[in-house]
Design a binder for this molecule. Sequence first.
Ligand code: PY5
Length: 305
Amino acid sequence: MSFCEKVRYVWLDGALVSCEKAVVHVQAHGLHYGYGVFEGIRAYWSESNLYVFRLRDHMVRFLNSAKIIGLNLSFSLRELEEAVLETIRANEFKEDIYVRPIAFTSEPRIGLSPLGVKVSVAITITPFGKYHKPEGIRVKTSSWRRVPGFSIPVMAKATGIYLNSIIALLEAKREGYDDAILLDWRGNVSEATGANVMIVRRGKIVTPPLSASILEGITRDTVIEIARGLGVETLERNIPREELYVADEIFLVGTAAEVTPVLEVDGKPVGDGKPGPVTSMIREAYLKVVRGLDERYAKWLTPVY
Ligand code: PY5
């Protein structure tokens, strides 16, 4: 099924347009040079309404990403939040969906400089299920290192940075793995191609700090808070590669990935090769929270209808 068979309206530069009309020129500056920022947001259908998960936090990061790379957006936080809700409503979705806001230089331009080039902001929405096998995945340590923040600002969720993720993912898939974990420039664990990494050791969760060239994941933050509520402490500290091989549990956290158990790294089983107790407990709690089944975290949900 083509994209526009599932999606009727796309939000483009302040207005809803039909999906087929939401197109850019092949010479668009942002396409050629990877100059843009984006977000990935989920909304979950629960009982009789759809709830966008952490909409405000995603849109704040979207604006911050743009600020970091010097992209000027002509929409406010409020306008962007409203645009997401408006686009979902226009499409009348009543199932789990994925929201993709993107801002990029959309006019044709040969030169590198984005100065004076029109910036477009678009929001697409599509029905979305699981990103990874929920029962768990096999990963490899990539031979590609995560691009360091002193070369490209990795705190920005910028389009061009995903070349790094894509070549790592291709390498992993070519070798029969589901995903890759990238090390940072110093050789410590950074993150997966589209999710943050958490390991469990001696009953505590350990996750790399912001200084390990990671994206500041919203799911990472969500899981840290949920874990605390369950009495599990999370340490932010560097993780050397070989600690992956002795971790009791490993899981990936991200909007698309949700909480995905990692069962094997570089051909070595993680723990006994099955999803561990902390991973399973966090995963179960997370899937309740996003669907609004835990009152304590209702603050993170925005109802659509
Ligand atoms: N690290 C990277 C490189 C990511 O792309 C993502 C999210 C994360 C971490 C986790 O961030 P968050 O928890 O805020 O989602 N990736 C996108 C997502 O929607 C795109 C994946 C295809 O999950």
